[in-house]
Write a protein that binds this ligand. Structure first.
Ligand code: AMP
Length: 193
């Protein structure tokens, strides 16, 4: 059972590496950003609530996000493990995740932190904006997403470091190099519970 969290600032490559790693581990990716975007595209009630936060680069309130993750973690395909992409992003969410996993008799195996210098990130995000046309990849919203990451999400690095399950990965290299580093670290993990 491998339960991995991929962390990192916007544009660090969480989505790209989560997909590849999940394929190697044979587990699903659980991406809260993708779940929100799918709900928005389908016009669900949750999507309508989430949209204004995504468009502004703000975090969706914890109670909405935690409820969505609770349902997703309970799905049968997540039983053998999962790669979390973009959740938890606040200390409150990290506490809720611990609780949800404890209820299921498991725990987080590792938090992999993708580190990239901020100057490289803005360029990556603006290039992605041209390709994917995400409404939150404008320069102003990108700036806000960085601020929130540093205020609310970066403290999670210490939270997981204290627990001894965090691994920093230099994600400024090319995709292939980062991918093999991520895979190498993940395959050496001792699965929890
Ligand atoms: P991402 O695709 O991970 O960059 O997420 C895109 C946007 O979805 C974020 O800027 C937030 O508005 C929202 N979002 C994704 N994950 C979370 C989360 N764990 N908590 C709150 N908001 C989130």
């Amino acid at each position: 059972m491998t339960t991995v969290l991929l962390m990192g600032p916007p544009g660090a490559g969480k989505g790209t590496h989560a997909g590849h790693l999940a394929g190697r581990l044979g587990v699903p990716v659980i991406s809260t950003g993708d779940l929100f975007r799918r709900n928005i595209a389908e016009g669900t009630e949750l999507g309508q609530t989430a949209q204004k936060y995504l468009d502004a680069g703000e975090y969706v309130p914890d109670e909405v996000t935690n409820g969505m993750v609770r349902d997703r973690l309970a799905a049968p395909d997540a039983r053998p493990g999962f790669v979390l992409d973009g959740y938890p992003r606040t200390l409150d969410q990290a506490g809720v995740l611990d609780e949800l996993l404890r209820e299921q008799g498991r725990s987080l195996t590792a938090a992999l932190v993708l580190q990239v210098h901020v100057d490289a990130l803005v360029g990556r995000l603006l290039r992605r904006a041209e390709i994917e046309h995400r409404s939150d990849d404008t320069e102003e919203v990108i700036r806000r997403r960085f601020e929130i990451y540093h205020e609310q999400t970066a403290p999670l690095i210490d939270f997981y470091a204290t627990r001894g399950i965090h691994h920093e990965i230099d994600a400024s290299a090319d995709i292939e190099t980062v991918r093999s580093h991520v895979t190498q670290v993940a395959l050496q993990l001792k699965p929890a519970a």
